[in-house]
Design a protein around this ligand. Structure first.
Ligand code: GDP
Length: 197
């Protein structure tokens, strides 16, 4: 599935622009600068998402990408960027939450967490929203190459603990490094199970 072309479908700024719910969808969410663009690019083997790290908070759209007509990858704006004007952050939250809540075709959220930092308070908010919207989610730890093995073990343990009483949290956090390719094949295999036949 991931060997096939991933193409940009459309970007939407309001609910009226959403595409029909005719393909299973997986949404990627996380704090600004968590490594979302890098991860989606590593998964799709191409430059699917432009790097946004230098202009945090600029992307206010929800972007839809098509994988072989069988699966849609959905990119929502990063949250928790400290310097973004509050009104703007809330506007994203409204659009993103409305999308999450009303989307029958949404099968899974990948919640990206920086492996150096683990779960932060702002991630609790995201998990709460996913829980309220009844969207199952898995934690994907990013930038694992920047953390030493022992520290990584500690962080994974803490993340597991943080997920224990969360509604909708699936299985184990997956460790990835877009830079080193770690965990990418594993994550592809998991995501592919959500594709339409
Ligand atoms: P986004 O804002 O969440 O889309 O994050 P980006 O993908 O733009 O990445 C933010 C920063 O983290 C960039 O400087 C990337 O080069 C860096 N980065 C992303 N993934 C990795 C990784 O797996 N390992 C390392 N060492 N750095 C990464």
């Amino acid at each position: 599935l991931f060997a096939q072309a991933c193409t940009f479908m459309l970007g939407v700024v309001n609910l009226r622009g959403l595409p029909p719910m005719d393909q299973p969808e997986i949404v990627f969410a996380g704090r600004s600068n968590v490594g979302k663009s890098s991860l989606v690019n590593a998964l799709t083997g191409r430059n699917t998402l432009a790097r946004t790290s230098n202009t945090p908070g600029r992307t206010q759209e929800i972007n839809f990408f098509d994988l072989a007509g069988r699966l849609r990858l959905v990119d929502v704006p990063g949250y928790g960027f400290a310097q973004a004007p509050k009104a703007k952050v809330e506007a994203w939250t409204d659009l993103v939450f409305a999308y999450l809540r009303g989307r029958a075709s949404l099968r899974l959220a990948c919640l990206l967490i920086d492996a150096r930092h683990g779960l932060k308070t702002v991630d609790d908010g995201a998990m709460e929203q996913l829980g309220r919207a009844a969207v199952p989610f898995m934690v994907v730890l990013t930038k694992a190459d920047l953390v030493r093995p022992l520290e990584l073990e500690r962080i994974v343990g803490a993340v597991r603990g943080g997920l224990r009483n969360r509604i909708g949290a699936l299985a184990e956090p997956v460790l990835t490094s877009s830079r080193k390719g770690q965990g990418i094949a594993e994550l592809r295999a998991i995501l592919a199970t959500y594709a339409a036949a």
